[in-house]
Design a binder for this molecule. Structure first.
Ligand code: ATP
Length: 446
């Protein structure tokens, strides 16, 4: 691998630069509003990025909802009234301590400073202002008359939308604890120090499960979800030596949490959180019950028992995880005299599963190539590329992680078979067109 983890002082491009460049060059991620000079820390997901991000979310949904019978889905509103955030504690507590450097005028999160007294931007000591609490929620107004509308907040997490729907779902879904509600969607935080590409942005996507359990089972379900979620990243190709579970120290825990662990990835700048798994007790349901005046509890008709379920919350970032999957998959290798860039993405995450490549642009091959393409499209997300030499086209597909290339050549017109090339081994096999879907399905094992 040419890219080096954390080799910031070297003149070689770092893994971070390589992945960021690839994302721009190959339309994964663009800086937002670029034609207007960009809008700091906001990004747009281009043709390949939107496919990959969707695959990350689909992989999560598949494992958390589709393959289980104890989890249902939800898509709650992004805008919500202040009452929700009063109850959740976000209006009072969802803030970071902020300091300004009086010398160079930069702004920093106090809890992230290596040296609490020294400005990392200008190196001056003793130049910080007193820390102030900075609320991270975006506030707006709902209503047609400017300035006279009701206050609303953009949600800083999807979880509260789940808690306020607990009663609706309990009454309509025929689920009882232990059961969960899964949600994927955008969240917004006015981060003081956004950065490191899509690692920390002001608008991002989360994938959160709230899993409600009888209080006595909370600890064992907490253990269960830590293991499940850790395994999910491993299964999708994050190497074990770049992934760890870290239990929070007591001073990091929220007052209501009896345990929180982060799943962390080894980013080029060090370990960073991909997901937090928290044993939240009955805090959220109790708070919303008190503030709304509604009963948010479970009544077991069999035993006559009534209780407020405890909640285990695995809360992951979709955009941040996508960045980790890209970093872990990026590789460069020497092939003869050439350097091949290859994204060794898990097939489930790869934007395209198959690329269909006619060997030449000659009219005789294109109808057959299009026929093969149309036979694959109902089954797989496919790319179709007729430009440049075949070797160059293979490299272009390697660089975006396409697991299989299907080449239509002049023999195809005679034997109705195609050459299938695998991304990692670069091995090629001749496969009859009639068996192609079955062959690719078996190989991809999606
Ligand atoms: P951090 O400590 O990095 O600010 P957090 O502990 O506040 O994160 P949570 O509230 O637990 O994060 O959110 C769950 C997940 O949502 C995080 O693990 C992360 O993957 C993602 N996430 C949180 N904030 C951001 C952000 N600003 N940009 C991108 N993803 C984020």
């Amino acid at each position: 691998m040419v890219g080096t983890l954390g080799a910031m002082a070297s003149t070689e491009p770092t893994l971070f630069d390589q992945v960021v460049n690839l994302c721009k060059r190959r339309s994964f991620v663009f800086p937002s509003a670029e034609i207007y000079g960009g809008f700091r820390s906001t990004y747009d997901y281009g043709p390949l990025g939107v496919l990959m991000l969707r695959n990350v979310k689909d992989a999560w949904w598949r494992s958390m909802v589709q393959l289980r019978s104890d989890v249902v889905g939800l898509d709650a509103a992004i805008l919500s009234p202040p009452k929700v955030w009063e109850a959740s504690g976000h209006l009072d507590n969802f803030s970071d301590p902020l300091v300004d450097c009086t010398s160079c005028k930069t702004r920093h999160r106090q809890d992230q400073l290596e040296d609490a007294d020294t400005c990392p931007s200008c190196g001056e000591s003793g130049t910080f202002t007193e820390a102030r609490a900075f609320n991270l929620m975006f506030k707006s107004q709902a209503g047609p008359v400017e300035g006279a509308g009701a206050d609303v907040y953009l949600r800083p997490e999807t979880a509260q939308g789940t808690f306020i729907n607990f009663k609706n779902i309990l009454e309509t879904s025929r689920k009882k604890p232990p059961f969960g509600i899964a949600q994927i969607g955008k969240s917004f935080r006015n981060e003081i120090t956004p950065g490191n590409f899509v690692f920390r942005t002001r608008e991002f996507e989360q994938m959160e499960l709230e899993f409600f359990v009888p209080p006595a089972e909370a600890d064992s379900w907490y253990e269960y979800w830590m293991n499940e979620r850790y395994q999910w990243y491993l299964n999708l190709g994050i190497p074990a030596d770049q992934l760890r579970l870290r239990a929070h120290d007591d001073d990091e825990l929220s007052h209501y949490s009896s345990g929180t662990s982060d799943i962390e990835f080894l980013f080029p700048w060090g370990w960073g959180e991909l997901e937090g798994i928290a044993n939240r007790g009955d805090f959220d349901l109790t708070q919303h019950a008190q503030h709304s005046g509604q009963k948010l509890e479970y009544f077991d008709q069999g035993t006559g028992e009534r209780y407020v379920p405890h909640c285990i919350e695995p809360a992951a970032g979709a955009t941040r995880s996508m960045m980790a999957f890209l970093m872990a998959a990026y590789d460069e290798e020497q092939v003869n005299d050439d350097t091949r860039t290859v994204l060794r993405l898990h097939p489930q995450l790869a934007p395209y599963k198959v690329a269909v490549l006619p060997l030449s642009k000659k009219d005789t091959l294109l109808p057959k190539a299009e026929e093969v393409l149309h036979s694959l499209q109902p089954h797989f997300m496919c790319d179709y590329d007729i430009t440049q030499a075949i070797g160059k086209r293979y490299r272009r597909q390697d660089e975006i992680g396409t697991p299989y290339c299907v080449t239509i050549d002049f023999d195809t017109l005679e034997d109705n078979a195609v050459t299938v090339r695998e991304r990692d081994s670069m091995e090629q096999q001749r496969i009859p067109v009639d068996n192609l879907v079955a062959y690719l399905n078996e190989q991809l094992a999606l």
